[in-house]
Design a protein around this ligand. Structure first.
Ligand SMILES: [Zn+2]
Ligand SMILES: [Zn+2]
Length: 331
């Protein structure tokens, strides 16, 4: 395994599922590294686990200890370059950008998204930047980035908002179509109300527009609209794949093989699909490999499979970024 160029340290909203998933991650990685000495599933084990969870909650996700769980585990898996990002919507500094471009009005969707933004927008970007730079200074091969949402018409504002930060890379993502966050399970009902092919046309239009802004080094998960398995016949998507791959190539923007959808969403397939990946290769679009992990036990998840798929599609190398410059590593 070579790179995991897109993973996160946390993701809300902070419901009981989140708490469960967090303690599960701690149990898995601590068992692996011998951090829990009591016999598994004994009361003493549970108390030790509870203490670790309490410490995690007190320290937050931007602590060296939490980040080290990812890095130690990733190193053991053979990851040679870590790309660490967080979603801009988590940070106070970018809240107005989201409020302006998401639907947050008094409609059902608006209220739901407003509630969501209120919960996930929870801190400043500064502790994130600091903890990642500290780990880099400690010797880990890290690229520091952010995952920014692309909104048409928001380009100038995003450029202004990102200008103060010295980042190794910026990922551009389309998680919103005309203000609707389509990968939020709570808004899945909206898929049933729309022309599916028209939605895919709009998604790829946005992906191409994002690539053309010059704001992004990587455009993430380029066919993530399939997240809940609402998919037209792929034959009908092939011309959109062609046009999108050509636009990425022309803009000199990379994309990724992102395994997140394959292991934690109903579609159970990586982004891009195998057919789309072949089209991307034909157009010479560079790729990197990403687990899109949000917990330390998911780092590197399915990335060997992703690398195999890349090689099968003709790729011989993957890319990573440092100080906004692109470098390659052989597969
Ligand atoms: Zn994403
Ligand atoms: Zn992500």
């Amino acid at each position: 395994m070579i790179v995991d160029h897109h993973f996160h340290l946390e993701e809300g909203p902070y419901n009981t599922h989140w708490l469960n998933r967090t303690v599960e991650a701690i149990a898995i990685v601590e068992e692996e590294r011998g951090g829990l000495t009591a016999p598994a599933h004994s009361l003493a084990w549970m108390e030790a686990l509870g203490a670790k969870l309490a410490k995690r909650l007190t320290d937050g996700c931007f602590s060296q200890e939490w980040l080290n769980l990812y890095l130690e585990r990733g190193k053991k898996l053979g990851i040679k370059r870590f790309g660490i990002v967080d979603h801009l919507y988590r940070f106070d500094e970018f809240r107005a950008y989201y409020e302006q471009h998401m639907i947050v009005d008094e409609t059902k969707l608006g209220r739901l998204q407003s509630y969501w933004l209120d919960r996930v927008n929870s801190c400043s970007i500064e502790p994130f930047l600091l903890v990642v730079r500290q780990a880099e200074a400690a010797g880990y091969p890290i690229s520091l980035g952010v995952e920014a949402d692309y909104f048409p018409g928001g380009e100038a504002e995003l450029r202004r908002l990102l200008a103060p930060y010295e980042l190794d890379f910026v990922i551009g993502s389309v998680h919103f179509i005309d203000g609707w966050g389509f990968d939020n399970p709570q808004t899945e009902y909206l898929f049933k109300k729309q022309d599916l092919l028209g939605l895919y046309r709009r998604l790829f239009e946005l992906v191409r527009a994002a690539a053309g802004t010059g704001l992004f080094d990587i455009v993430a998960h380029p066919d993530n609209l399939k997240v809940f398995n609402y998919r037209p016949d792929e034959e009908l998507l092939l011309p959109m794949y062609e046009e999108t791959a050509a636009a990425l190539a022309a803009a000199g923007v990379a994309t990724e093989i992102n395994t997140g959808l394959a292991y934690r969403y109903p579609v159970e397939e990586m982004c891009p699909s195998p057919a789309f990946l072949q089209v991307l290769h034909k157009h010479g679009v560079p790729v990197t490999l990403s687990s899109d992990s949000h917990y330390p036990d998911d780092i590197g998840m399915l990335l060997q499979e992703a690398a195999d798929l890349a090689m099968k599609s003709g790729y011989k190398e993957v890319v990573y970024f440092e100080k906004r410059q692109r470098y390659t590593l052989p597969l």
